[in-house]
Design a protein around this ligand. Structure first.
Ligand SMILES: N[C@@H](CCC(=O)N[C@@H](CS)C(=O)NCC(=O)O)C(=O)O
Length: 222
């Protein structure tokens, strides 16, 4: 039975923009594992109820169901030890945990305010209502108010990206000479931003864009 990955989709079911799902698509490519994606929308909670929670990614691998991107990455590492390691040695694995938490606590919030209004416009109607309610509650303002403040959020994103740019000026990948799960985590965040923003957030020759193309190319995804 082919592996199945439930992957967040917009109204256009081919538009897949979730940062957490991108992590896992790259991790599966890194482990050389084939899979089919199942487009999933925010309000399709019933479709993933079997996983015991309500977010994607959800991976179904034979009889095993795993949710949460970190748990999926660890499952893939433990279940497929003969394929290339996602984390490297124990020290690298520990440092990758810092990358995850930096991405989720600093990078994702800096991106979210900038792209949230554009994401809203791309969602299926039922998802738009859900997204408005949940995101307006978490940000404490309307989507329109978030959109009106866009220019004011750009300096915080630039500041958040600075350690990443410095790293990628010194080495090809976050994990060193080749991409690994630390790269997958940050790629997911930047792919989410690049796919959904209405105005480019960096130039084609920016070190970030060069690195993103190199990550895709490493897995023949370009
Ligand atoms: N901690 C989870 C977070 C996953 C997550 O938040 N996924 C979003 C899509 S990017 C989601 O499914 N949200 C559902 C919702 O907001 O109801 C992970 O790392 O997998």
């Amino acid at each position: 039975m082919k592996r199945k990955l439930y992957d967040l989709a917009a109204a256009d079911s081919a538009f897949r923009f979730s940062p957490y799902c991108w992590r896992i698509k790259l991790a599966l490519a890194h482990k050389n594992l084939s899979y089919d994606t199942i487009p999933w929308r925010f309000t399709d909670k019933d479709a993933i109820a079997f996983s015991g929670q309500g977010t994607v990614p959800v991976l179904v691998d034979g009889k095993t169901t795993i949710s949460d991107s970190q748990a999926i990455a660890e499952y893939l590492e433990d279940t497929y030890p003969n394929e290339a390691s996602l984390f490297g040695d124990p020290q690298a694995r520990a440092v990758t945990l810092f990358v995850k938490h930096w991405a989720e606590s600093t990078l994702h919030p800096a991106i979210a305010k900038i792209v949230l209004p554009a994401i809203f416009k791309r969602l299926a109607p039922a998802d738009q209502a859900y997204f408005r309610t949940t995101r307006e509650a978490s940000h404490g303002m309307t989507i329109e108010a978030i959109e009106a403040g866009r220019a004011g959020y750009l300096p915080a994103l630039e500041a958040a990206l600075e350690p990443l740019r410095r790293t990628l000026r010194a080495q090809d990948f976050i994990a060193g000479e080749a991409p690994a799960y630390a790269d997958h985590i940050i790629f997911g965040a930047l792919q989410w931003a690049a796919m959904t923003t209405e105005e480019p957030l960096w130039a084609e020759d920016d070190v970030l864009a060069v690195w993103m193309r190199a990550v895709l190319s490493a897995y023949d995804l370009d």
